[in-house]
Design a binder for this molecule. Structure first.
Ligand code: 13P
Length: 254
């Protein structure tokens, strides 16, 4: 199974600090464990410079969202084919902040996944329950619905090209993380859903954990058998912390 550590910069950095962060990461990439795929998702305006500066480093540059259509009259939007033409290798879709603030539905997110697969970009599909959903014991059902609603129509060959990120909403940016056991239980649940499509799908799709993951809690989280790496917010904005997370993933998954 692949191990992936991905940084979601969200709406942070500016032209100069984004460049500085890419340069700092590229400068530290030498000697990193080769068994970890490294992804960074800067804001749209800084993607071109990130792709240029990360060239040859092994870092995959991702976007944080895309539009579901290939082109057309959608003012302000960015298509998967545009991202592909820049050299973008992956794209986050269905992040809880998109669901919460921009009203994205599972059906819409599924269309975005389809657009990304058609453009040969790896979709990083996010799912996760809200605090009240966990407190009422509905977290497994909520995640099941998100996966079925967005990914239910894809073929096995398409599913095998997707990465899933489990991000409990109550853990995002709050300093609260899921316990290693809570993460493992949900990841195993997601793996069992994938298994209904066959062993090759279950064996191909990495499941990343996201939500206040940082160098002090990553070892325990990444050690869980169904946790295949992390989708990192705040700690991905500090080069040293992000590199520590790569080292930890490389160590526990080697
Ligand atoms: P934090 O690591 O800042 O909690 O964010 C997680 C996240 O939302 C990554 O997509």
């Amino acid at each position: 199974m692949r191990t992936i550590v991905a940084g979601n910069w969200k709406m942070n950095t500016d032209a100069s600090s984004a460049t500085a962060l890419v340069d700092a990461l590229v400068g530290k990439m030498g000697g990193q464990p080769g068994n970890v795929e490294v992804v960074i998702a800067p804001p749209f305006p800084f993607i071109t410079q990130a792709v240029e500066r990360a060239k040859g480093s092994g870092i995959i540059v991702a976007a944080q969202d895309c539009h579901q259509a290939e082109k057309g009259a959608f003012t302000g939007e960015v298509s998967a084919t545009m991202l592909k033409s820049l050299g973008v290798g992956a794209c986050i879709v269905g992040h809880s902040e998109r669901r919460q603030y921009f009203g994205e539905s599972d059906a819409l997110i599924g269309e975005k996944v389809a657009a990304l697969l058609a453009a040969d970009i790896i979709p990083i599909f996010c799912c996760g329950e809200r605090k009240e959903e966990r407190e009422s014991g509905r977290h497994f059902d909520v995640v099941t619905e998100q996966l079925k609603g967005a990914l239910g129509k894809f073929t096995n060959a398409q599913l095998e090209r997707i990465v899933i990120a489990y991000e409990p909403v109550w853990a995002i940016g709050t300093g609260l993380t899921a316990s290693a056991q809570q993460a493992q239980d949900m990841h195993a649940h997601i793996r069992s859903l994938l298994h209904t499509h066959g062993a090759s799908v279950a064996g191909a799709v990495p499941i990343l954990y996201g939500g206040s993951c940082n160098p002090s809690n990553a070892e325990e989280l990444f050690s869980q058998p169904d946790v295949n790496g992390g989708l990192i917010g705040g700690a991905s904005l500090v080069a040293e912390q992000f590199m520590d997370l790569l080292r930890i993933a490389g160590k526990v998954k080697h």
